[in-house]
Design a protein around this ligand. Structure first.
Ligand SMILES: C[S@@+](CC[C@H](N)C(=O)[O-])C[C@H]1O[C@@H](n2cnc3c(N)ncnc32)[C@H](O)[C@@H]1O
Length: 294
């Protein structure tokens, strides 16, 4: 069977099954099994697939029809211009999380201006923590833009940390990111201080599980999704422990669930915190809260 015929049949099967973005999914799966890029599909649609490729393609289409996210089938997702390996051990990095990176870099730049230092930020001398690193996307993205910074990235899931470590190694940042198996900061020495802590903690409520897309509910790791019955339960410990691990003037940047703000904002009503700010995502949802340690 040639590529064009396989592509059309794949689109048809996904469309009939009501899979969202069915054309894109068929394209990504076909390019994945062929090991080619987009131009190949449109420049050489008559190229023949081998029997093995054809079998593999339709097996992936069947898995997608059954609800497995495309990214778990292709084992990749782009984030902050970097291709990340993703397996079912990690949350698929979301575009919303790029706001965490933007806010962190903005806050660091403002800190430099206030300190009267020149604004070109290399991250030299900065120690940064990413709590609940998953695929490693936050630590790796910040490491790309802050080539002088050192990182600690924690996760409670050993299998997620393996994926994160491989992602850091592939882009050549593994020597700057220390991966630690830890419940929040439990395994970080109490004397260790950071200038920046970033986290996208699990924040979905178990009481919302039935409202999730099946791709999310049935395939992404529960430990990465649910923060507790309501969803916001982890934030209190995260904010308290971050306050202990930030140096004065250090910055905390947290991603928020769509309804987390009312529960999370009051955690910053303390003399330990100043310059609290909330950033909306492109849908207008309060997505990131950031604050500075006094
Ligand atoms: C929402 S995912 C975020 C993953 C990644 N940082 C991202 O933005 O795509 C939350 C991550 O936190 C981890 N996690 C959950 N509870 C944790 C805890 N108590 N301590 C450390 N990590 C935790 C999960 O294993 C998961 O990898």
């Amino acid at each position: 069977m040639n590529a064009k015929t396989a592509f059309k049949l794949g689109i048809g099967k996904l469309c009939d099954a009501g899979v969202p973005s069915f054309t894109l999914a068929a394209e990504l799966l076909l390019l994945h099994i062929a090991g080619k890029d987009r131009t190949w599909l449109y420049a050489h649609p008559e190229d023949e697939l081998s029997d093995a490729q054809e079998l593999e393609f339709f097996a992936l289409i069947a898995s997608r029809v059954a609800g497995v996210p495309t990214q778990y089938l292709t084992e990749k997702q782009e984030f902050w211009g970097i291709e990340f390996e993703v397996t079912s051990a990690v949350l698929i990095p979301r575009p919303e999380t790029e706001h965490v990176i933007e806010v962190a870099l903005d806050r660091l730049a403002v800190r430099e201006i206030r300190a009267g230092r020149k604004q070109t930020l290399s991250g030299e001398g900065l120690n940064i923590a990413d709590i609940g690193t998953g695929s490693g996307c936050i630590a790796v993205a910040l490491a790309k833009d802050l080539p002088g910074a050192q990182f600690v990235a924690t996760d409670i899931s050993p299998s997620a940390l393996e994926v994160a470590r491989r992602n850091a190694e592939r882009v050549g940042f593994a020597d700057r990111i220390k991966f630690v198996l830890s419940n929040l900061f439990d395994e970080i020495p109490s004397s260790q201080r950071f200038q920046l802590i970033a986290s996208n903690p699990p924040y979905i409520g178990r009481n919302e599980a039935s409202t999730l897309a099946r791709e999310v509910r049935d395939h992404e790791p529960e430990i990465a999704l649910y923060g507790g019955e309501e969803g916001y339960e982890l934030y209190a410990d995260l904010v308290t422990q971050s306050a202990e691990h930030l140096e004065p003037g250090g910055i905390l940047v947290l991603e928020l669930g769509h309804n987390s703000l009312p529960a999370v904002q009051p955690l910053f009503d303390s003399p330990q915190w100043t310059h609290v700010g909330v950033t909306n995502d492109l849908a207008g949802i309060p997505r990131v809260i950031a604050a500075e340690r006094t």
